[in-house]
Write a protein that binds this ligand. Structure first.
Ligand SMILES: CC(C)(COP(=O)(O)OP(=O)(O)OC[C@H]1O[C@@H](n2cnc3c(N)ncnc32)[C@H](O)[C@@H]1OP(=O)(O)O)[C@@H](O)C(=O)NCCC(=O)NCCS
Length: 156
């Protein structure tokens, strides 16, 4: 933790661009478990979250993905996963796959801080999926994300 100018406690935010850069005490499985819990009720399966983290850091030919991990006492209190899509123009270069703040740390501006930092760190445009009824939608809109298209899927 560090003190900000208002003397409130602000968790450190670590940018992780490879498996070697994980902060001490946190690994892929631990981060996936944290996200699986903190994303509720909008969580993906643990397996998909792990796959997303691995893809973000190790996908061949799509370098530039990263994680943001905010820690307090060596434990994650918030995290964000940004993948490279490998595309450009008609599809944005980056996909903000997950962002979550531990329930007891919410409504203090940490979610906003992470998304703002992610926008700074990412090269190129960013897309994300958010449920229509997820309150996070308002946060994204306030930070400048717009919604021009409805996402449609054909599920096989
Ligand atoms: C979405 C999420 C990441 C937001 O994190 P957060 O740290 O609570 O976000 P912020 O504090 O930056 O902003 C949230 C609200 O608190 C308010 N807020 C921000 N700073 C504040 C402060 N210092 N004091 C009081 N309120 C504050 C914001 O105005 C915002 O209000 P509103 O959205 O109700 O209008 C978090 O709620 C979460 O983890 N949700 C579950 C997972 C999820 O849905 N993730 C997104 C889908 S992938």
């Amino acid at each position: 933790m560090r003190q900000d100018s208002n003397h409130s406690r602000v968790p450190d935010i670590r940018v992780v661009r490879s498996l070697e850069e994980f902060p001490p005490g946190i690994n892929v499985a631990g981060l996936a478990k944290f996200l699986h819990h903190a994303l509720k009720p909008f969580e993906d399966s643990l397996e998909d979250i792990e796959r997303g983290i691995m893809d973000c850091l190790t996908a061949k030919g799509r370098r530039g993905g990263f994680l943001l991990i905010a820690r307090s006492r060596r434990k994650p209190v918030a995290a964000l996963v940004m993948q490279r899509t490998g595309m450009q123009g008609y599809v944005p270069e980056n996909l903000l796959l997950f962002v979550a703040v531990a329930p007891e740390q919410r409504n203090r501006g940490l979610g906003r801080l992470l998304v703002e930092r992610a926008v700074q760190e990412a090269r190129g445009d960013i897309k994300l999926h958010v449920e229509y009824d997820n309150p996070a939608r308002r946060l994204y809109e306030r930070l400048g994300f717009t919604s021009k298209y409805a996402e449609m899927r054909y599920v096989k």
